[in-house]
Design a protein around this ligand. Structure first.
Ligand SMILES: CC(=O)SCCNC(=O)CCNC(=O)[C@H](O)C(C)(C)COP(=O)(O)OP(=O)(O)OC[C@H]1O[C@@H](n2cnc3c(N)ncnc32)[C@H](O)[C@@H]1OP(=O)(O)O
Length: 455
């Protein structure tokens, strides 16, 4: 561990490494393979809010800084130079060109903490975690914070292309006359803003519309989706009830728990909702889909030595990760099915089977997408034709899946979901004392990010 990364009584101003840090770096413990273990010691997030709700006037910077500062308080990181912060947002204003760095500068971390943005749609949060984990494993960092944030309340609106070009030229105009000439070209139609849609640029279809096609293809029925969604609410409510989130969450703008959570949700009540995607015969509703959400999350990842020196218990280790992408544009694979490919590839590297896990954390973009992924893993033709395997991965014990609820109940502020899931699983493994958990996150753009945590 570098001395400059040790807790400082005040803010660390110099950011310089010392001779001590060089010798300490040489002696850091390495696993036999030459790869260091990546420890998760804790996390912090703000409660997730429904879009245009209590966080309507909060920006990505406000929320991510609040999540970061909550982590700083929890682990006494005031004034500390952390090795690196990696974070991102799916919907980002141009002024936030390096959002992570702006949030570091706005937080109580040492301003000498480097930071960079990551973007992998809904996989952003988990990808940021994997990026810094890899640097820790390779000996490039001893401590890191990964995070994510998103707001659909404060989505960036763009002016249309023609007006934007005019305004850029106006800004560069050298004379008043030139400016007047350019201004005279503005037409009423230019005022119409370019509003970001929750849709795939290459197909024009929303995530929900894409998922509804996959649901039809895999024969995922309304009843099983509603049951799945109700379970998510019931389990999240039970987790809050037993205080599970007490050390994972900092209250923010009047919220002390995820606002979308409805403990009284039942499959019977959800059955009454009208379809939101897939036309009048569609099976996907507001109840069995994630809502549009605002929120932020952060996770602290370190070496075992860093944790030991501060007497911080390790919750779990991040041991494997894998990304995959599918061709939903020219091919016939579902937009959100990439984790169905990433997971078997990761299991192959890890020498594990799908059944070798105590917990499964599968991001619930939609109940139908989780159920289609599970069905794909059980399907012999999918195994043979798509995965090139002799046998299907098989089924999992559903009692081990999203045991504390997931995105349908908690909400899904796109880039913040990875941090919420890693925090939840690390704590579950810590409570159990030993075991292994699998994480799977689907993302827009036909991509998926998966990881394994162990303890
Ligand atoms: C990789 C990925 O993660 S892709 C996923 C990315 N995320 C998305 O695509 C977001 C998808 N979700 C959405 O677009 C929106 O939330 C929608 C379109 C599904 C629904 O939007 P809205 O219609 O505004 O939802 P709203 O909250 O008003 O709910 C609609 C109705 O369902 C009801 N409802 C919702 N959840 C529940 C519940 N758990 N129990 C009972 N009723 C419920 C609401 O009360 C409301 O009823 P009302 O019309 O009588 O007031």
């Amino acid at each position: 561990m570098s001395a400059a990364e040790k807790p400082a009584s005040g803010r660390a101003r110099s950011g310089k490494s010392t001779a001590k840090s060089t010798s300490a770096a040489k002696s850091t413990g390495r696993a036999r393979s030459g790869v260091r273990k990546v420890a998760i010691v804790g996390a912090n997030r703000i409660p997730f809010a429904r879009s245009n709700g209590p966080y309507a006037n909060a920006s990505n910077q406000d929320m991510l800084t609040a999540a970061l500062d909550g982590l700083v308080s929890r682990f006494s990181l005031q004034g500390e130079r952390i090795g690196e912060v990696a974070a991102g947002a799916v919907l980002k204003h141009a002024r936030d060109f390096n959002l992570a760095r702006e949030c570091v500068l706005g937080s109580r971390l040492a301003p000498e903490t480097p930071a960079s943005d990551v973007q992998m749609a809904c996989g952003t949060g988990l990808q940021a975690i994997v990026n810094v984990a890899n640097k820790i494993a390779l000996g490039q960092l001893d401590s890191a914070i990964a995070g994510g944030v998103d707001t659909t309340s404060d989505a960036p609106l763009a002016v249309n292309d023609e007006l934007r070009r005019l305004l850029v030229r106006l800004n560069a105009a050298k004379s008043f006359g030139e400016r007047l000439k350019l201004l005279a070209k503005v037409r009423p139609g230019h005022i119409v803003p370019d509003i970001p849609r929750n849709a795939e640029p290459r197909t024009g279809l929303s995530m929900g519309e894409h998922a509804s096609i996959t649901a039809r293809e895999w024969g995922i029925g309304r009843e099983e989706q509603d049951e799945f969604a109700a379970t998510s609410h019931q389990r999240l409510a039970a987790a809050y009830e037993r205080g599970f989130f007490d050390d994972l969450l900092t209250p923010y703008l009047g919220l002390t728990r995820d606002q979308n959570l409805r403990p009284d949700t039942s499959a019977e009540k959800l059955a009454k909702l009208k379809p939101a995607f897939g036309g009048p015969e569609g099976t996907m509703t507001a109840g069995n889909s994630t809502p549009l959400t605002d929120g932020a999350s952060t996770v602290l990842l370190v070496t075992e030595e860093w944790a030991k020196e501060r007497r911080l218990p390790v919750l779990a280790y991040l041991t494997f990760a894998q990304t995959a992408a599918v061709d939903y544009v020219h091919g016939d694979e579902g937009l959100l099915m990439a984790p169905a490919y990433a997971v078997p590839r990761m299991l192959g590297r890890a020498g594990l089977s799908l059944q070798d896990f105590d917990f499964y954390e599968i991001h619930e973009a939609f109940a139908s997408q989780v159920l289609a992924t599970l069905k794909a893993w059980e399907d012999a033709d999918f195994a043979k034709e798509r995965l090139g395997l002799d046998a299907p991965l098989g089924s999992i014990d559903r009692a081990k899946l999203n045991v504390n609820g997931s995105s349908i109940a908690a909400g899904h502020p796109f880039a913040a979901t990875g941090g919420r899931i890693v925090a939840t699983l690390a704590k579950l493994l810590n409570e159990k004392g030993s075991g292994r958990g699998l994480i799977s996150v689907c993302a827009a753009g036909g991509q998926g990010v998966t990881a394994i945590l162990e303890r």
